[in-house]
Design a binder for this molecule. Structure first.
Ligand code: SF4
Length: 489
């Protein structure tokens, strides 16, 4: 899921009348410098906690502005620098719009996360966020929003501001829209001082495409693992499978965490839980969402687990996923069985089939080569990370996975996979249980062999293999070939 940097997100908000701090964008060194005092902000898609990385600087003299612009424009993958006027801030708020997938009592829609305490450190205060759910088809008026807001002096101004945010979020079909801080100026008016958005490429309309276009990076600095993910996506393009290694050094003494985050909600929750912490080092950005198959979830997980510095894997989404969590859990189980260096895991399953996912992990937990802890969606990542240190103390396990030989039943191109039948595990030659459990009817039992039904489609859910190993006798396995750099086996 691509991230839109601040200078692009500002345009979307501006188009819906959301007031912003005055700023100018420079993609090259300007002939006339902006007037001090300004904040210089490097525009790098997906970069968070920029202040701590020196990517945001206060410049109060022409010399500081000139030097700051030169240095930030030279940063890798930097699209340009936003020079924002310094403002006199009396109070700060925080707001973010996210998709809400609903639950038994609430239809899917949007949700505003709001806090009366914005600015840096919001991550530590994530527990104080208020949630305001709204309909995407019939969004609330400013007056209705005002009724839901906490009792603050700026209630009227805030309701108008949030109304503009909701219109921007819906108008551009965004996945995430965040403003932090929303500053209260001395005259009581509000402005967004910083903002960012995330979107799905498929959702961008033709008329708006120019607003979402990002310059191509001039340097291909892809890591071998990122290239491996490119290959996975080229072979199986359905759904989002995003992976980017962090380019930063792991701080001394920090726990290096590999992440499998699902959707914008997962990313935001993880950033909110860890953004202000130097004792946790996030090794990679990731996003598996948008209806990807369990085959692809497995392959991306294998990439994520193959990061040599990693001590623990954390997997979480928003807690309201459409993707079957049972299929995702099947992918996790397979990755833990087959990875040469599986990682201890903190796994948070939330959404469709979450109970079945928890049951599966509970059933296989004792047979795994590493420790895992599974969580329900009501447990937020900031509580999960209390367990990190304990799991990170484990010595990293190495194992050699040798697939049982069997016979090739058939090979699929979409999603790609080789289905292997093991007649030695089915000596009576009766129909194995995995055939009946295939949710699409794709598997047929004919003449004592497994065949593909030409009238049905395989969705790559992994249910057949999971059932075969867990309830059957291992009659069917699926070979999801991978050639990962640095892995053995
Ligand atoms: S054959 Fe059926 S159960 Fe197996 S992965 Fe395909 S859809 Fe899922």
């Amino acid at each position: 899921m691509p991230a839109l940097p601040e200078y692009k997100t500002r345009v979307l908000l501006e188009n819906h009348g959301v007031p912003l701090a005055h700023a100018s964008f420079y993609s090259v060194m300007p002939e006339i410098l902006p007037k001090p005092v300004v904040f210089l902000k490097a525009q790098i898609p997906g970069a968070t906690s920029r202040a701590g990385k020196g990517l945001v600087r206060r410049a109060s003299t022409p010399e500081e502005i000139s030097n700051g612009l030169k240095e930030l424009l030279a940063v890798d993958n930097c699209h340009g620098v936003l020079a924002a006027d310094a403002v006199d801030i009396r109070k700060e708020f925080y707001a973010a719009c996210l998709l809400d997938f609903g639950d038994g009592n609430r239809l899917p829609g949007g949700v505003i996360l709001f806090s009366t305490q914005g600015g840096s450190g919001i991550e530590e205060r994530s527990g104080s966020l208020e949630k305001m759910y709204f309909s995407l088809l019939n969004p609330p008026s400013a007056e209705k929003i005002a009724l839901q807001l906490p009792d603050v002096t700026e209630r009227v101004e805030l309701s108008g501001f949030l109304h503009g945010m909701i219109n921007t979020f819906i108008g551009y079909k965004l996945i995430v829209l965040e403003t932090n801080p929303i500053a209260v100026l001395p005259d009581g008016s509000l402005i967004a001082v910083d903002c960012r958005a995330e979107f799905e490429k498929q959702s961008v309309s033709k008329e708006d495409a120019h607003l979402f276009e990002l310059p191509e990076s001039t340097v291909d600095d892809s890591t071998p693992l990122e290239k491996a993910v490119e290959k996975i996506n080229a072979a199986d393009p359905a759904g989002t499978g995003f992976f980017r290694s962090s380019r930063e050094q792991i701080p001394c003494g920090a726990i290096a965490v590999a992440t499998n985050l699902c959707g914008g909600g997962g990313k935001m929750l993880w950033e909110m839980a860890t953004g202000g912490r130097s004792d946790i080092s996030t090794l990679n950005e990731s996003d598996t969402s948008g209806g990807l198959s369990a085959f692809k979830s497995y392959r991306i997980l294998r990439v994520i687990m193959s990061q040599p510095e990693a001590r623990v894997l954390i997997l979480t989404g928003s807690g309201m996923a459409f993707q079957s969590q049972y299929h995702l859990a099947s992918a996790v189980w397979k990755a833990l069985r087959e990875s040469p260096e599986p990682l201890p895991c903190l796994l948070r399953f939330g959404g469709t089939d979450q109970d079945k996912a928890m049951e599966l992990m509970a059933a296989v937990e004792k047979s795994l080569p590493v420790r895992i802890k599974s969580f329900i969606p009501e447990i937020f990542p900031n509580a999960m990370i209390d367990q990190l240190e304990e799991l990170a103390a484990d010595v990293r396990v190495k194992q050699e996975y040798v697939p049982a030989k069997g016979e090739l039943a058939f090979e699929l191109n979409s999603p790609p996979g080789r289905f292997i039948y093991h007649p030695e595990n089915n000596p009576d030659g009766i129909e194995p249980s995995c055939i009946r459990e295939c949710p699409t009817g794709f598997l047929l039992w004919k003449n004592g062999r497994i065949e593909a039904n030409p009238l049905a489609k395989c969705t790559g859910c992994l249910v057949c293999e999971t059932v075969s190993l867990l309830l059957g006798n291992g009659e069917l396995t699926i070979d999801l070939d991978l050639d990962l750099p640095g892995e053995v086996g």
